[in-house]
Design a protein around this ligand. Structure first.
Ligand code: GLN
Length: 499
């Protein structure tokens, strides 16, 4: 019994190795993303609408490539090689951005700088495809299948994600978002170094700590490994395709949206045409698809943080506190802080409710998540209602929004992940996880599009409209998210019993 209780509270060292690796990677992802739209608008001189769509295209592809990375890892590379290669590629991508941001000014280097921007982001998209799905699945493989510590392990891992996001965002905001566009490069340099550090840490500890409880090494190259070198040869092709898609999409040939559609239909076909699935399996898979659809509305509104909400913080919000003016991009940090503090509290709430038999079922929790999202934007609407030109809004409203959104994230994101895990038949576990990632891809694309509707008082173009609704001011803009999230929450509520 003593041994058992020791086992039930402590975690294998491998978890902390993955925690540290993911922490540095998220430093680099969120740190870069935090200042990206400001870099695009203030240094690269893109307009806000273009920068928004560009941001959406990038983050969307970031969630699409794990489909390919997951597949290659299962067949040829194994988790370790995928993580190392992905990590190195992402570091390389950040250094390319550093180069881009160091050369944007002079006329003769401006075009080069633009190409380097595309190249850097493209390399990171490819790298992420190999890194993200593999690091997430390795966490679970450190435990035996029925180990009760798995949920806690993922909670700890989620803390690593947000700790990395917090440290990265803080540093890049302070050194990059200074008001001088020449400083953005330091943010990218810091992200490159962080990613390199993560990769080195992983490489140092992988053989020592990444094994099952029985001591079997995990994530090594699978037995059928003939294609290892072939995959390396394919990397430049993959990069060229990604760059082509990114370029076409930003040049007004919608490419990413139809691609996502094809991916969803393809996966659905692969799964539903399998004759060996039982009726119960099919029902579970349907629930995953339905829930993923609702999740799109969540992330599309949530991921305004590095886009329209950062434009808002930059231009429309009073950021001075105790005589010190905070950089606009630093406010995104509130999400990471609230998640790190809130995750254990939330777990306690669910457990306490569970003891009384009153824990809401997963779809209902996700519905609460969507309602929180709507509530966050509703608070914002109060803040910007009848705003006079030239008047800045108190930062209270954005802080409240991030608080409510973070509670929403905790109701929806980890719950969704474990729901997918529970309902997916083993044979389609990875593919259904990819459906969850695809929902993120679609949502991020939509987020970029929505952010491009951010009202610009200086613009003389006609006000953008959605379904006949004109967005002429900030109130109209934020109201779109209140309504879309509330409607999604209401529909999910109505069908949650059935789900
Ligand atoms: N914040 C989490 C992460 O970075 C979840 C993000 C998401 O699913 N969109 O992994």
């Amino acid at each position: 019994p003593i041994e058992q209780s020791a086992e039930s509270t402590s975690h294998p060292r491998g978890l902390y190795l993955l925690f540290a690796t993911e922490m540095w990677e998220r430093f680099s992802y969120y740190g870069m993303r935090a200042v990206l739209v400001l870099f695009l608008t203030k240094a690269m001189m893109m307009d806000k609408a273009f920068a928004s769509k560009f941001y959406g295209g990038y983050t969307s592809l970031v969630y699409l490539t794990p489909l390919i990375g997951g597949f290659i890892s299962d067949r040829y590379w194994g988790n370790r090689r995928s993580i190392l290669t992905g990590g190195l590629l992402m570091a390389l991508g950040q250094f390319t951005l550093f180069f881009s941001a160091s050369n944007y000014g002079a006329a003769d280097t401006h075009a080069l700088s633009h190409w380097m921007l595309y190249l850097g982001l493209g390399v990171m998209i490819v790298g992420n495809g190999f890194f993200k799905p593999n690091i997430s699945s390795m966490v679970g493989s450190l435990y035996s299948p029925a180990d009760k510590r798995k949920d806690a392990a993922y909670t700890i891992f989620y803390m690593g994600i947000n700790l990395g996001s917090f440290i990265g965002n803080t540093i890049t905001s302070l050194i990059g978002d200074t008001g001088n566009p020449a400083d953005f490069r330091w943010a990218f340099l810091a992200c490159g170094i962080a990613m390199l550090l993560g990769t080195v840490v992983f490489n140092w500890g992988k053989d020592k700590y990444l094994h099952t409880p029985e001591g079997v090494q995990v994530g090594e190259t699978p037995a059928i490994s003939g294609g290892i070198m072939g995959v390396y040869a394919l990397l430049p092709v993959l990069l060229a395709i990604i760059l082509g898609i990114l370029w076409l999409d930003s040049a007004k040939f919608p490419t990413i949206a139809p691609l996502l559609g094809v991916a969803v239909v393809g996966i659905a076909y692969m799964i539903f045409s399998d004759k060996s699935l039982s009726g119960a399996d099919i029902k579970g898979i349907m629930v995953i698809f339905i829930v993923s659809f609702f999740v799109v509305f969540f992330w599309a509104a949530f991921e305004q943080a590095p886009a329209s909400l950062t434009f808002f913080a930059d231009e429309q919000m009073n950021r001075t506190i105790f005589g010190f003016t905070l950089p606009a991009s630093i406010f995104q940090n509130l999400n990471a802080i609230f998640v790190v503090v809130g995750a254990p509290l939330m777990a306690m709430v669910w457990t306490a409710l569970g003891r009384r038999g009153a824990e809401p079922p997963s779809p209902l929790k996700m519905c609460i998540g969507l309602a929180m999202l709507a509530a966050g934007y509703l608070v914002m609407c109060f803040g910007v209602h009848n705003l006079q030109p030239g008047v800045k809004v108190s930062m209270f409203f954005l802080v409240a929004l991030y608080f409510l959104h973070s509670v929403g994230e905790l109701c929806l994101s980890p719950i969704g992940l474990s729901l997918v895990n529970k309902l997916a038949p083993v044979k389609f576990a990875s593919l259904l996880m990819a459906v969850w990632f695809l929902a993120n891809a679609a949502a991020n694309y939509l987020a970029g599009y929505m952010s491009s509707l951010y009202p610009d008082p200086k613009s003389t173009a006609p006000a953008p409209e959605i379904l006949g609704y004109h967005i002429t001011n900030l109130y109209d803009f934020f109201m779109v998210f209140v309504v879309s999230a509330a409607v999604a929450a209401a529909i999910l509520f109505l069908i949650s019993g059935k789900l």
